[in-house]
Design a protein around this ligand. Structure first.
Ligand code: KG4
Ligand code: ZN
Length: 340
């Protein structure tokens, strides 16, 4: 029997659609929204409008790329949250309408859970190498930083999380104070390649257990820059690469420090990293190096599936479909979840 899932993602500023058949990704399309660039961040109202414009062309493109017709879809999976309410409403309303019209089940997906399941995304031609359960996932996105033990595709436990800013937020906020456009994370990654990670030191918070904190680091960075700019107006321009490399180094040190601790405490050596910040080249390399040193099996999604995409929604929908986890039409989107 063929199980063909259409996945729809619209939680923030990417409108995306993907098709997964029997666990294999057939297509994945994303329409990025450029309208936010000049505002230095995502403007919710503009995001909702752009989703409305993009959603049908993106679904059409995903279907076309997959070679499937809309009649072959077994279920529609969509992001229920967390995210921007107006943006989520576009994807959820569209998915509800389509599931009714096609008379197929509707599957709600938690965006963060889907980031973790992105390590199961595979194209036909690729060799399959998946983590065994239980595995430990460092989930690092724009709004979340968590250490999660995955007991099964659909069963998980959060064992650590940030008590203030997320790591993606730390990247973006530090980039902003250096005058870089939003989102700053990828730019810090780029400039850091030419810089010295040990050029500057910033004070990091010491948090007990497996939790994280990034707001102190951000403040320390801000004060450091304020003092140096008093002496030299061009301090940022003259030291951009070293600043990016140093702040990136500090964020990654915090992330990996607790990851090592979590692996030790749980005794798990199947280690995954997922979410937008897992696109960071230095973090990818740091976790891979740790893997070699500590005998971990490391799983990190391909770059295109690290940041927001619909392939992760479709693969999550597939696992939920297999277990019969369907949702009713009266389920509403959720901007924030108290749980994963
Ligand atoms: O998962 P994601 O695409 O969206 C959310 O669910 O939040 O993550 C977005 C975050 C942003 O903070 C962005 O700056 C960060 O991921 N990011 C990066 C890189 N690529 C994306 N941070 C550091 N280095 C990167 N290469
Ligand atoms: Zn995301």
């Amino acid at each position: 029997m063929k199980v063909t899932i259409l996945g729809i993602e619209s939680s923030c500023d990417d409108t995306a659609a993907a098709i997964v058949e029997n666990g294999i990704l057939l297509s994945s399309r994303i329409a990025n929204q450029q309208v936010h660039k000049e505002y230095g961040g995502v403007v919710p109202e503009l995001a909702s409008r752009a989703h409305q414009q993009n959603i049908i062309p993106v679904v059409d493109a995903a279907l076309q790329e997959s070679g499937k017709s809309i009649k072959e879809i077994s279920a529609v999976a969509y992001t229920r949250g967390p995210g921007l309410m107006g943006a989520l409403l576009v994807g959820s309303s569209f998915s509800k309408g389509l599931s009714l019209a096609l008379d197929v089940p509707l599957i709600d997906v938690n965006h963060l859970h889907a980031h973790i399941l992105s390590v199961f995304i595979t194209r036909k031609s690729e060799e399959m190498r998946f983590p065994a359960f239980p595995f430990l996932c460092l989930l690092v996105s724009g709004g979340h930083t968590q250490l999660v033990v995955m007991k099964d595709h659909l069963e998980l436990e959060i064992i650590g999380q940030t008590i203030d800013d997320a790591s993606g937020e730390a990247f973006d906020k530090c980039a902003k104070v250096m005058g870089l456009p939003y989102p700053g994370g990828p730019l810090i990654d780029k400039f850091a390649r030419e810089g010295n990670p040990l050029a500057f030191k910033f004070s990091k918070a010491v948090i007990k257990g497996l939790d994280y904190s990034f707001s102190g680091l951000k403040t320390s960075f801000l004060y450091f820059l304020r003092d140096r700019l008093k002496e030299d107006q061009d301090f940022i321009r003259n030291n951009l690469n070293d600043l990016c490399a140093s702040i990136q180094h500090a964020i990654i040190e915090s992330l990996t420090h607790k990851l090592v601790r979590a692996a030790k405490e749980t005794g798990i050596n199947e280690i995954a990293v997922a979410g937008g910040v897992s696109a960071n080249s230095c973090l990818r390399e740091a976790v891979r190096n740790l893997g070699t040193k500590k005998n971990w099996n490391v799983y990190i999604p391909e770059l295109q599936y690290a940041t927001d995409n619909a392939a992760m929604i479709a693969i999550s929908g597939y696992f939920k479909y297999l277990k019969g986890h369907f949702s009713s039409l009266d389920l509403t989107p959720v901007a924030r979840f108290d749980h994963l």
